[in-house]
Ligand binder design. Structure first.
Ligand code: CA
Length: 227
C-alpha cells in the first residue's frame, strides 16, 4: 500500500516516513501543495496524509481539487491549528479524518489502518483463504495457525494479490503499490518476491500463478489427491 505524505515540516515528515515504512507501507513525501496535487493525479496511492498549512497550495485546495476529480482515496488531515471551523471545513471538503499536532505516531498508525480498512470496503482485519490468513494489522501471515517467515515486501505482495483474489495483477501495479517514487527497486525485485512467496505459501492450498505477459494471480491450488 502506497501512502503520500504532504508535509513541509521536514522533521515531522521524516518521522512519519520512518514510522509508516516500518509498518510496511511504501511512502512518498512531498513538501508543498502543488507537488501533492500533481502526485495525486497519478492515482497510485491508497491514502494521503495532508498537512493544511503548506507552501504553494494549501491543504484545503489540494483536497478540493482531489475531490473535484472524484478521487475516492482516504484523506487524513494534519493540522497545527485547533480552530474548530477549519476542522469542519476540511471534513466538509471530503477529508476522512483529522489529527491536530502534536499527535502520537501510534495514534496516526491506528487512524491510517482504520481508513485503509474502510477504503477496502470495510475489509476484515484478517483476510483468510483456505488455511492461509493475513493479519492486516500485525502484518503477519499464517498457514493453519503457523506463522510464515515472510518479509515486509512479501506480505505486501500477498496482500495485494489477496484483495484481488482470482484476478490478474500486473507487475506495474505491484511496483506502483509497493514502492515509492525514489525507490530504485523494479520489476526484478517483484519477480524475486513472488518467487519466494510462492515457495513459502506452498502448504496453504493457494498458488501464485504467473500469467505470461500480464502478471500474477492468486488462486486455489489444483485439488491434490493427498492432503
Ligand atoms: Ca505545515
Amino acid at each position: 500500500m502506497r501512502i503520500l505524505v504532504t508535509e513541509d515540516d521536514a522533521a515531522l515528515a521524516e518521522a512519519l516516513q520512518f514510522s509508516l515504512t516500518q509498518a510496511g507501507y511504501a511512502v512518498d513525501w512531498v513538501t508543498n501543495g502543488a507537488a501533492a496535487d500533481e502526485a495525486l493525479k497519478d492515482d497510485v496511492f491508497g491514502l494521503v496524509i495532508l498537512d493544511l498549512g503548506l507552501p504553494k497550495l494549501d491543504g484545503f485546495e489540494v483536497l478540493r481539487r482531489l475531490r473535484r476529480r472524484n478521487a475516492p482515496l482516504p484523506v487524513l488531515i494534519l493540522s497545527g491549528r485547533e480552530k474548530p471551523e477549519e476542522k469542519v471545513q476540511a471534513l466538509d471538503l471530503g477529508a476522512d479524518d483529522y489529527l491536530v499536532k502534536p499527535f502520537s505516531l501510534s495514534e496516526l498508525q491506528a487512524r491510517v489502518r482504520a481508513l485503509l480498512r474502510r477504503g477496502q470496503g470495510g475489509a476484515a482485519l484478517v483476510i483468510s483463504y483456505g488455511g492461509l490468513s493475513l493479519d492486516t494489522i500485525g502484518r503477519t501471515v499464517s498457514v493453519n495457525g503457523t506463522t510464515l517467515p515472510l518479509s515486509v515486501h512479501e506480505v505486501g505482495v500477498l496482500e495485494i494479490l489477496l484483495y484481488r483474489f482470482g484476478r490478474v495483477v500486473s507487475k506495474e501495479q505491484l511496483v506502483e503499490q509497493l514502492y515509492s517514487y525514489d525507490s530504485d527497486v523494479g520489476y526484478n525485485a517483484i519477480e524475486v518476491y513472488v518467487h519466494r512467496l510462492r515457495k513459502k505459501i506452498e502448504g496453504s492450498g493457494l498458488n501464485v500463478r504467473t500469467v505470461y505477459g500480464r502478471g500474477y494471480l492468486l488462486e486455489q491450488r489444483a485439488a491434490s489427491p493427498i492432503q
